[in-house]
Write a protein that binds this ligand. Sequence first.
Ligand code: PEP
Ligand code: MG
Length: 760
Amino acid sequence: MYVSFFEDLKKEDVDIAGGKGANLGELTQAGIPVPKGFVITSETYKEFMESTGIQSKVLALLKKLDVNDNSALQKASKDVKKIIIETEIPDSIKLSIIEAYNALCSRIGINDAFVAIRSSATAEDLPEASFAGQQDTFLNIKGIDSVIEYVKKCWASLYEARAIFYREENNFDHDKVFIAVVVQQMVDSEKAGVMFTVHPSTGEDTALIEGSWGLGEAVVSGTVTPDTYWVDKKTEKLLDISIAEKNTMFIKESDAGNTIQVDVPEDKKNERVLTDEDLSKLVQMGKRIQEHYKSPQDTEWAFQNGELNMLQSRPITTLGDAKNDGSEELEMNIISKGLGASPGQIAGSVKIITSIDELDKIQKGDILVTTMTTPDMVPAMKRANGIITDEGGVTCHAAIISRELGIPCVVGTANASSILDENQIVTIDGKKGLVYEGKLTTAEEKPIDISSTKVLAAPTTEITATEVKVNVSMVEATEKARATDADGVGLLRTEHMMLACGVHPKKFILDGREDELIQIIYDNVLIVADAFYPRPVCYRTLDAPTDEFQTLEGGEDEPHEHNPMLGWRGLRRELEEPEILKAEFKAIKKLINQGYTNMTIMLPLLQHPDELRQAKALATEVGLIPHEDIEFGMMVETPASAIIIEDFIEVGLDFISFGTNDLTQYTLAVDRNNELVANLYKESHPAVLKLIKHVINKCNEAGVATSVCGQAGSVPAIVEQLVELGITGVSANTDAVADVRKTVFRAEKKLLLNAARKQL
Ligand code: PEP
Ligand code: MG
């Protein structure tokens, strides 16, 4: 079957119609008003590639390719796409597409109707990156020749450089991945936008609707700041509204059909887009769709001549974790509460770990419950579906590692390890910090593959002046971090590299095996430097807390400190163990010598400018000249360093980055790992913000770049304030990059708008 109309497709038909196509079929069959259309099936693509003989040509071209040679990769991608686009489609296939397009036109009642053409990825369990083109959408296409041309463009998108790279690196056969194409009546809307059928970050039963003038692309791409409406789903009451100044919109350019971006007419810029009646229609539709799918949905809608059309619906999985609408939650028994440390809802069987000898108990899909995770538990954490701890706050070990692994996590429950039973089935809500008895039907059961990019929000395309980078704490999660399309790595933590090798770094030095230590650091950092090249990667020198390094071979002599958080860690420790710091500098120097000029260095936990001076001298001693060979910066993590930042600037800095996890705990005297005071732990505390503001001002005056890489950089509300304060970069957790970029984009637009208004 070359083509299939929406009426004949169901959500199970992903293999044939791809995710988008199957979904549009499902909505059509459910009686939801969806613009008419059909899908050119994945089989058709396959037959095109095989019957024309180009599949083997393409494979031959890629066989010799070294995907790590970027220019060769780009060229191969270009060549393959050219082959696909220039190859004639066999008559039998072409005829089916012509017939389907003509049938669609007669259903619409217009000859040569305008259509949208979209690629639709099959095999949803494959990571998004293997289908680089799945985001491709071509609007306002008209006439069969153009339809054929754009269908081929969608097929060719399967060979974008990123997709080739991903498939090669992950051993997916290029000829086993297929793509379908959706051809759909174009809606020429007067207003359009998106609707989340529950609040996307809290999961409350409130519809969140964003709308603006013209075609929906302006809202979806973030080109315009839309109006936002919060509507109570039960009463349909408008709870809150934010009317934005909507300066731009996309429209169809008369008969030519091009999609163009134009200014919104003056009188409509500040006009409310959606009437109460529109909102009521939307909310009712949202309820219908959610009921149909039995899960909250992220939808796209458009009004054409007052008629509501639904363009897309997908489960809310990436924006926050609002996978249920809250109603189910009420029926379920909450058995434990803590802090939401890593978002997502997941169910599994409880395995209580009281000592590291018990780690083998954790099988794929279990819920690891323990007092507090330790670095030795990381292999078991990777197998687990979710993590629950008695102790800890949102920046503790369990929280940081879970976020990086993409595993839901609740920390600081006080007693989960004593009140939960072994093998009991529970569901974790890692956003709200709740543990439910039994399995919530909307929760997933599948263990998460950390190398997969599937759990991520699609990379956003907004270009922001403020750099948006990503944090990497475990080298294994590099690919997932890279798939965020971040502007680089704003924090590459070293601790896990050391913990993963099982040997204390000082043991290498004591045993005269410095070379081995350098090689371990080099090998690990290389993976990240290479994946992100030429985007910058910021290597943070070792911040080894004594309590976490005790279990390593050679860590037996680590001091037992009363409060390791205030103790022998960070740069102060490395200045007393300079051979380790020098080995790190040597590893980075080796990378730079091999062309990885995208490396930068950042020092942790400084409290006096002399520390910076000494570290720079050690770098110089091993031939790595700060500011010449490499950009050199420091974390601002102590109130002391924030208050006298001018003195550090005088010693010489290219950049600083706020380590808000530590800056908050030291400013507020709140141990970040102590759940008893977690309610007082607030990065947005005015004192913390005041220190940050002071540092940003001084750095901006001196031309020193500023960034944030603590957890605050992953919290959109704080990021917005930091952009307003003049920060020049942000580094977020992998799961937060897309949201943070959107926040930065809007915050920058707001600033520009306010500046422009002031000039009026
Ligand atoms: C911080 O303190 O904010 C930070 C990023 O460093 P770490 O969490 O590794 O201490
Ligand atoms: Mg820190």
